[in-house]
Design a protein around this ligand. Structure first.
Ligand code: ADP
Ligand code: MG
Length: 837
């Protein structure tokens, strides 16, 4: 074991792991005894543990025994025994930290240890995956362990929820059907009663276990009632938002936020952190302005009319540019109060035109502009850029412009995951973002050593002066490796480059599979086959994260695996360095899993975005003075280092941007917590508690509550309580969404004010607090006024909420606040003069 620790680990990390060593040994010592238990005895441990905890026993006290029980259950059900490294990882996860474990180390199995342990408390454990498919895979795969031990397992997907239920399997497996637990679940059906057949399949597949069709559809609420729930970050967070829009307590599906393990945590908490989740309604705002500006912008010239700052992704107009726009619009001065709207549209149209590129930042599909996640290369249907940028891009592409939308509820992943009493995560790449995890989430990163030594060779970069030379070399390299039967996984940074390279390979007659966000349906399956002999796979970065690449492609063909091993294992070829080192590491990590042979290399040119924008002049000058020919690479440690430091610089910049966003979001988050708390109280309050809230409102408004008893007689007790509750929820929702909108406007206005040397964040905090207070005040008053005038004939019947059916956008018939109507913040001023300013 000692050798495991000696590899370049930082001291504190090493010390930390050393301290865990006695615990690992204790768990190992328990193995013999646990092995001796019958199945029934092993199963009955769950009840014993639960009882122990119910009597006030500490989770920590049973950890060793619990881990040994889970390990034994995995041995009996999956033919897999948790490695010591996985036991370590399990402890780290249980402690609410991030376990950095390389790709292929078996994080899925690792997580079963803390998942089961924490689920014993009966408050539900959530396991967060990067996509729906993985949530199903893991629920079924690991479900076998939990189910055996008597815990319930569920899975929430975008439009369905399932409970793990082995008796649900319907069909017989076909003879000779190849079973691979990863794909595709629906086709891999087995009959749980036919134990012989199952065992036979298990024998032929060695340690691999068949995935059965064991997922039985259930309601969302049932899914959340399970001991363990698998699902994506999106589903968990959207359910949270939807729960806070419920009008009947039965509609609330989530329970507690007890403990969550986030798989691929860097992807979710860092890469996806910049787009908040939003539930919105369309707002009637004309699409014409977007069209007008989309037609004006192409008539401006770069440099003369505007300047571009690629680093900051910003465009700004020059004096000439402003004049030109004013002329084209036929208006005198655009920078007046009235013109501000134009400035905003113009700015977004410019960014849409100059900065955002089709097939790199987004794709156009079926008349829709769909964002491509810059880190994962994955399409993100349903997500929209905010502040009109999305509409500006729709105008640029000439597709239908979606109506501006009005936010009903929103949350960032940061803030959603902070709800959990304990949060932990796992990924192969956390260390380079350790500071961010620590500062933003208070999560510590622990590097868990690999089970077997890693023998992949990571070569230093080959740097070319020009893109063309680089690409030629890349094609040559692929051809050569392919010829000797070595599988090659090629990583590209964008879809257009991915397709370009594919075309070149086709011309050269190199058979290959193409994988980008446009074909993400088969993503997992293609990636899983990327280790086959001679296979060439051209993929965008990180496509198929979470899917295992087995050398030889098929777990049962040892011969092919040997061939691939002697050809050098999987060769990962990066065609460009990414902005974040983490993403490069992810790509490299595809190779060399579990002690496999493998190799990686990045090909870089000075024309790559990263080098062009961030690369140091030193490198460029050096290449120039050395007069290096286009197709001659230089391989130089200094350059590789310089690239690394350029990346670190950008990482820092992006971290700052996210931190900044978060600071703003925290203001709103506190307010959201208060409002949702009140809302929940109203939703779940019994008659007396409801009465208390309402009495408070009447006191605050200085109104006499005894009027109300007349209404109560008129309605009948029950109906009136319902009417009160409904109205209260409605008032909260109405004022809260108006408040959200007002905060949005306020935020852009404080940013404009930043010129006056005032810190916009402080302004935002102060102003936000004032507006919130006003909203709280007017909440009671509004309620009192409305309840006194409520008519039975109007039917305050239960609101039939439609939000379960629709996705991101929710239909809502409530009229929008008119510009000239009194401001809902209760200031008495017109909306346009107050919060709507
Ligand atoms: P990761 O998420 O860390 O990349 P996975 O959880 O996908 O890795 O597991 C990778 C492969 O390793 C899977 O095929 C899995 O069955 C196998 N594996 C994991 N743990 C063990 C173990 N203890 N013994 C045998 N095989 C294991
Ligand atoms: Mg994984």
């Amino acid at each position: 074991m000692a050798g495991l620790f000696s590899k370049f680990l930082g001291d504190p990390n090493e010390r930390f792991l050393k301290n865990l060593q006695p615990l690992v040994e204790e768990i190992n010592r328990l193995e013999k005894k646990t092995e001796g238990l019958t199945n029934n005895e092993l199963k009955s441990k769950t009840e014993d543990f639960k009882e122990f905890l119910a009597k006030g026993g500490l989770v920590e006290d049973i950890l060793p025994e619990v881990f040994s029980v889970v390990r034994e259950a995995a041995k009996r059900n999956l033919n897999q025994r948790h490695f010591d490294a996985q036991i370590l990882g399990g402890i780290v996860l249980h402690q609410g930290k991030i376990a950095e474990m390389k790709t292929g180390e078996g994080k899925t199995l690792t997580s079963t240890l803390p998942v089961y342990l924490n689920a014993l408390e009966g408050k539900g454990v959530h396991v967060v995956t990067v996509n729906d498919y993985l949530s199903r895979r893991d629920a079924v795969w690991m479900g076998q362990i939990y189910h055996f031990l008597g815990l319930s397992v569920s899975c929430i997907n975008h439009d369905s929820s399932y409970i793990y239920d082995p008796s649900f399997a319907k069909e017989e497996p076909q003879e000779n059907e190849i079973f691979n637990f990863q794909f595709p679940i629906s086709k891999q059906i087995s009959n749980s009663n036919d134990q012989n057949r199952l065992d036979k399949i298990r024998d032929t597949l060695g340690s691999f276990k068949v995935v059965h069709e064991f997922l039985k559809p259930c309601s969302r609420k049932e899914a959340y009632a399970a001991d363990i729930t698998y699902g994506t970050n999106n589903e968990f967070a959207f359910d949270y938002l939807r729960d806070n829009m419920a009008y009947q307590k039965e509609q609330v599906v989530q329970r507690e936020w007890h403990y969550a393990i986030v798989d691929e945590i860097d992807s979710i908490l860092i890469d996806e952190a910049r787009t908040p989740l939003i539930i919105s309604v369309p707002d009637e705002e004309s699409a014409e302005l977007y069209k007008t500006f989309a037609s004006i912008v192409p008539r401006l010239n770069a440099e003369e009319h505007y300047s571009v700052d690629e680093k900051q992704k910003a465009v700004s107009l020059t004096e000439e540019g402003i004049e030109r726009v004013e002329k084209l619009l036929g208006i005198g001065d655009i920078y007046t109060e009235k013109g501000m709207k134009y400035v905003h549209h113009l700015n977004q149209a410019l960014r849409a035109h100059v900065i955002f590129r089709r097939d790199k930042d987004y794709v156009v599909r079926n008349g829709e502009v769909i964002i491509i996640d810059e880190f994962t290369g994955r399409m993100m249907p349903g997500r929209r850029w905010s502040e009109g940028l999305h509409q500006a891009i729709e105008a640029k592409e000439g597709v239908d412009i979606q109506k501006e939308s009005r936010t009903l509820a929103s949350v960032t992943f940061q803030n959603y995951f902070k709800l959990y009493k304990k949060l932990s995560g796992m990924t192969g790449t956390a260390l380079t973002s350790a500071e961010e995890f620590d500062k933003v989430y208070g999560l510590e990163v622990v590097v868990v050593p690999t089970n077997k030594p890693m023998i992949r060779e990571d070569n230093s970069d080959l740097v070319y002066a020009a893109e063309e030379g680089k690409i030629k070399a890349v094609v040559e390299e692929i051809k050569e490796r392919h010829k000797k039967g070595q599988p090659v996984l090629v990583g590209t940074v964008s879809i257009d480059k991915n397709e370009y390279l594919s075309a070149l390979l086709k011309k050269e007659g190199v058979a290959h599979r193409l994988l980008n966000a446009k074909h993400h349906e088969e993503e997992g399956e293609i990636i899983a086959q990327a280790g086959k002999k001679g296979m060439v796979t051209v993929a965008t970065n990180m496509a198929g994260r979470g899917v295992d690449i087995v050398l030889g492609g098929n777990p049962s063909s040892a011969d092919e695996a040997n061939d691939v091993c002697s050809a050098g294992g999987l060769y990962v070829l990066g065609t460009e360095r990414h902005e974040a080192r983490r993403i490069d590491d992810q790509l490299r990590g595809r190779s060399g899993r579990q002690g496999d042979p493998g190799e990686s290399r990045f090909f870089v040119s000075l024309e790559d975005d990263l080098m062009r924008i961030f690369g140091s002049d030193k490198i460029k000058n050096m290449m120039r003075t050395l007069k290096i020919p286009e197709d001659q690479p230089i391989e130089n440690k200094m350059i590789t280092r310089a690239i690394g430091s350029a990346q670190a610089k950008i990482e820092g910049m992006n971290f700052d941007i996210r931190k900044h966003l978060l600071e703003y979001d925290n203001v709103l988050n506190k307010q959201r917590g208060k409002i949702y708390g009140l809302r929940r109280k109203a939703l779940f309050a019994n008659k007396d508690e409801l009465g208390e809230i309402i009495t408070g409102f009447f006191d605050h408004a200085g109104e006499d509550i005894s009027k109300l008893s007349e209404k109560e007689r008129e309605f009948g007790k029950e109906d009136f309580a319902n009417a009160e509750r409904n109205l209260l929820l409605r008032v909260i929702d109405m004022l809260w969404t108006d408040h959200l909108e007002a905060m949005d406007y306020m935020r852009s206005s404080v940013n404009l004010r930043a010129y006056g040397q005032r810190d916009p964040l402080i302004e935002y905090k102060n102003e936000g607090a004032r507006m919130f207070k006003q909203m709280e005040d007017s909440m009671g008053d509004t309620f009192v006024k409305l309840i006194l005038n409520v008519q039975k004939t109007q039917g305050m019947k239960n609101e039939e909420s439609t939000f379960r059916n629709s996705k991101l956008e929710i239909r809502n018939s409530r009229p929008k606040v008119g510009r000239n109507a009194p401001c809902p913040c209760g200031s008495g001023k017109k909306y346009k003069k107050c919060c709507g300013k």
